[in-house]
Design a protein around this ligand. Structure first.
Ligand code: B12
Length: 210
């Protein structure tokens, strides 16, 4: 029986070295690679998300856990055929046009990836047309937009309008977040959802695609 509990714990502790050792040990012992991800890596990150939401874990710790988890995934990935790689859906994520803040967005990406989503990270200062292009190219089910500046947050609305013009609005869910964004603002601009933090963002995506 593989020691998934220890691997979960190593993720929670953010111990990159330990995650690598335990993951490699399981690979050497021929443990099913998909189980290593689903039972060893993802549940540990799930605990991290819950603790982050509750305020008992902080940004640097979450980043360490996410990095440890990515290292584990990298070891397992070559053993899994692309079609078997568990994916909960594709999410295109970016910081809106005029805004260069990306710490929160990157945390959201990490939590989404940890929850099994394929994340297409467009980066910062992303124009509405670039979001639209990425949705088409990657057949994304969700767009996540991040904004930290009150002066440019209306560019989120511009992206939603651009999706409508291209006839894509019905095919893709739009979620928004960032310090100045609220649930009310999300409703005003016609988004499908808002989340105040990265853990909740992952839950929201799961709910929207359920
Ligand atoms: C770090 C920082 C910077 C760094 C950014 C580095 C980087 N790589 O991101 C630097 C120094 C570059 C910077 C620059 C500027 N900044 Co600045 N910055 C900050 C600061 C201190 C922290 C932001 C942060 O990273 N928070 C931590 C993360 C984890 O939190 P978060 O982003 O809110 O993300 C969480 C949630 O919101 C949510 N979330 C985030 N995105 C998304 C997306 C989705 C889809 C979902 C569902 C959820 C979600 O999940 C995240 C994790 O839980 C804030 C102050 C503050 N306390 O917020 C000012 C702040 C945002 N900055 C501000 C300003 C004014 C600027 C500048 C204009 C300063 C200047 N005069 O040059 C420039 C703007 C440059 C530009 N065009 O973007 C103002 C904005 C004021 C306003 N009301 O608009 C703030 C509020 C500071 C202040 N009090 O004045 N900044």
């Amino acid at each position: 029986m593989a020691d998934f509990v220890n691997l979960n714990e190593a993720i929670i502790q953010g111990s990159l070295q330990k995650v690598k050792e335990l993951t490699q040990g399981m690979i050497d012992n021929k443990v099913d690679p998909v189980s290593i991800i689903n039972e060893g890596l993802i549940p540990g990150m799930g605990v991290v998300g819950t603790r982050f939401k509750a305020g008992s874990m902080y940004v640097p710790e979450v980043m360490m856990s996410a990095r440890a988890m990515s290292a584990g995934i990298e070891l397992v990935k070559p053993l899994i055929a692309d079609s078997d790689m568990p994916t909960a859906g594709t999410v295109v994520v970016g910081t809106i046009q005029g805004d260069l803040h990306d710490i929160g967005k990157n945390l959201v990406n990490m939590m989404l990836e940890s929850s099994g989503f394929k994340v297409i990270d467009l980066g910062v200062d992303i124009k509405p047309e670039a979001f639209v292009k990425a949705v088409k190219e990657h057949k994304a089910q969700i767009i996540g937009m991040s904004a930290l500046l009150t002066t440019t947050m209306l560019n989120m609305k511009a992206t939603i309008e651009a999706l409508k013009v291209e006839g894509l609005r019905e095919q893709v869910k739009v979620i928004v977040g960032g310090a100045p964004v609220s649930k009310e603002f999300a409703e005003q601009i016609g988004a499908d959802g808002y989340a105040p933090d990265a853990g909740t963002a992952a839950d929201l995506c799961k709910r929207l695609l359920a």
